[in-house]
Each structure stands twice: as C-alpha cells, then as structure tokens.
Design a protein around this ligand. Structure first.
Ligand SMILES: NC(=O)c1ccc[n+]([C@@H]2O[C@H](COP(=O)([O-])OP(=O)(O)OC[C@H]3O[C@@H](n4cnc5c(N)ncnc54)[C@H](OP(=O)(O)O)[C@@H]3O)[C@@H](O)[C@H]2O)c1
Length: 314
C-alpha cells in the first residue's frame, strides 16, 4: 500500500533488506489505525528508519528470512508485532524484540488486529495506571479497537469496566465484549467514582472524566480524536490527587517496545490463545483495496478493528 498524492495506491517496491536483528515477514494481515489515515493525509510522518510512503503500524505473518543475529525466531514462524510503519505490504521488517509468536489457535485476521490495540490498552491500564483487581475503570470511545481491547483486559483482571459509547446501537455489543456496563458519554460519567480512566476521545471528554474520578484516580490519555486541548479544573485535580498521564507507542525506542512486547506476550497472549480475549473484527479488506478499508474506518460506528488481509488469502 503506497501513499501517493494524498491517496493510496497498490505499487511494487523493492523487497526490504533486513538488518542484523530484523525478521522479514510475509504479511498475512495488518490492522488499520487512525494514525494510518493521518499519515496518508501527510499529517503524521513515519519515524526515521521506516518507509515514508508505506503505512501500517501492526501486522501478523510468517517469517520468510532473518537477519544474521536473530535468535528467537526462525523461517516459518508465525509472528505479530507493532512496527513504526510499513506493515501494510506483502513483505515487512520487524525488529525481533518487537515480535510476538502467534498462538496456533488464532486466525491471521485476529492476529493482524491484535498488536496495536492490545499493547496500547495493556500499557495504559496496567503499566501507567497501575490497575488492580476490583477497581472501577471508565473507558471512553470504548467501541473501537483500543476500547474493546481495554474492556476485555479490565474484565480479565477482575476489575469493573464502564464503557462510554456514543452510538446507542453499539452499547449491547460492547457489553457482550466484556464491559460491565455501557452508557452514553454523558451518562457514563455518573457511574463513577472511577479509580482509572482510559481517555480515548481526548479534549472534548477529559474535563467531565476528571470530574468523575475517585481520590487517587489515574487517567491515561491515549487518543485525541475528540480534540487536542481541554480546560481542566486544577483544584479538583489537586483535591482528589488525580494523576493524568499520556503516551504514544510509535515514538518509543526499539528497546522500550521490546519491554512492552515481552509484557504483552507474558500477560495477554495466554488470554488470547484461550479465547478469554478476542479481537472483534468489523470488516476485512484485501491489501490492494486499502482505500476502501480506510473509507470504512473513517465512517466510524465500527465494533473493534478493520483488518487488511493478503490478496487471495495467501
Ligand atoms: N497513543 C497511542 O499510542 C495510540 C495507540 C493507538 C490508538 N491511539 C488513538 O486512540 C484512539 C482510539 O484508537 P482506536 O484504534 O480504538 O480508534 P477507533 O477504533 O477509531 O475507535 C475510536 C472510538 O472513539 C469513538 N469516538 C471518536 N470520537 C468521539 C467523540 N468525539 N465522542 C465520543 N466518542 C468518540 C468512536 O466512535 P464512533 O465510531 O461513533 O466514531 C470509536 O468508537 C484514536 O484516537 C487513536 O488515534 C493512540
């Protein structure tokens, strides 16, 4: 998939050449993320070292070659990974530290939609917000890829997920996914106080989320689709000793990404392998039809992920 003149084209590129610690992966499935749409519009360039014109932050596929110092994976292994770019292609490079083995039970489609959403949700909830058993968690924008991952992880950890979902048609599905409750954004904030909030909407949502936090609450801001700025009540923040953190995955170093990948492999992949967490897939499109997939993504009102798959099911 090639970004060309603000649109997408399906073009030939030279095969990627692996560095010493890279895997060359024949991509079977690659999830679509909002960042890809921003990148295609020229608003979110790939970090140095990644193809500037091939989008894609997550993939699953088969290892077809390895760099000289790769030790954990071999040709033929099924892997999935978060990458800095270049995932939406027939062949992609993956640093071996970022790669996670795909359990035999998992389909390519689900594996291709797993890494970005589950890594983001896991890191925000457990590493940054230190979520523990029995706590009450608000997830805003809960019907999307990261939101559906988050409500499942909250439930798996023995905590209570209150999902904020703007589309009424999607609330039952989000409860079926694992949320204890799903409400409109206005109603959801009345069901606190929350120990943890995963803020996937951003500026338009943060002030009301802050007002619903418990003393000692932790908020992690992960998405800004609903605005990149907000006016917040600092007295209320102080009085309840609420912490606000924020993060992106893409900007982290390979070493930091390897630490997160190891945590996800140890703590989340066993739940994935035993179907305790799933990747809800709204739709799949073949890689050459990426522009249709991006259009579907932009239309919103999807449950979980849009996933690109290799042409002809190879
Ligand atoms: N920081 C990071 O490392 C990182 C990593 C992954 C994702 N993200 C960001 O996190 C956000 C969520 O990612 P995702 O993959 O879950 O995206 P997604 O699949 O597009 O889901 C976004 C969800 O938020 C809802 N939403 C959007 N704007 C809203 C608003 N103004 N009010 C209420 N609900 C709203 C959408 O509802 P509708 O369907 O009704 O539009 C949708 O259910 C995105 O902004 C993404 O860019 C950040």
């Amino acid at each position: 998939v090639t970004i060309s003149d603000g649109g997408l084209a399906w073009r030939e590129h030279p095969d990627p050449v692996p560095g010493e610690r890279d895997l060359v992966v024949e991509v079977r499935a690659a999830g679509v993320n909002a960042a890809d749409l921003h990148q295609a519009r020229g608003l979110y360039p790939a970090p140095p070292g990644y193809p500037p014109d091939i989008p894609g932050l997550e993939l699953a596929g088969e290892v077809v070659a390895t760099g000289a110092r790769v030790s954990r994976f071999s040709v033929g292994d099924r892997v999935m990974a978060v990458v800095g770019g270049g995932a939406q292609a027939e062949l992609a490079l993956v640093d071996e530290g970022s790669a996670i083995g795909v359990p035999d039970e998992i389909t390519w489609e689900e594996a291709g939609g797993f890494p970005e959403a589950f890594t983001t949700a896991y890191d925000a909830l457990f590493t940054q917000c230190e979520l523990t058993v029995g706590e009450r968690v608000l997830v805003t924008g809960a019907a999307g890829g990261v939101g559906t991952a988050a409500v499942q992880l909250v439930a798996a950890a023995g905590a209570v997920a209150v999902a904020s979902v703007r589309s009424p048609d999607q609330r039952d599905s989000v409860v079926a996914t694992g949320a204890s409750f799903a409400f409109s954004p206005e109603e959801a904030i009345r069901h606190g106080p929350f120990d943890v909030a995963l803020e996937l909407v951003g500026g338009s949502s943060l002030p009301s989320v802050l007002s619903s936090m418990a003393t000692g609450g932790r908020i992690c801001v992960i998405g800004v689709g609903g605005g990149g700025s907000a006016e917040i009540d600092l007295l209320s923040l102080m009085a309840r000793r609420v912490r606000i953190s924020a993060s992106t995955l893409r900007a982290r170093s390979l070493t930091e990404k390897a630490v997160i990948a190891a945590r996800v492999e140890n703590h989340v992949v066993p739940l994935f392998a035993s179907s305790k967490v799933r990747v809800p897939i709204e739709a799949t499109f073949e890689l050459p039809k990426a522009s249709d997939a991006y259009e579907r993504f932009s239309a919103g009102k999807k449950l979980g992920k849009i996933v690109l798959v290799s042409p002809g099911g190879r």
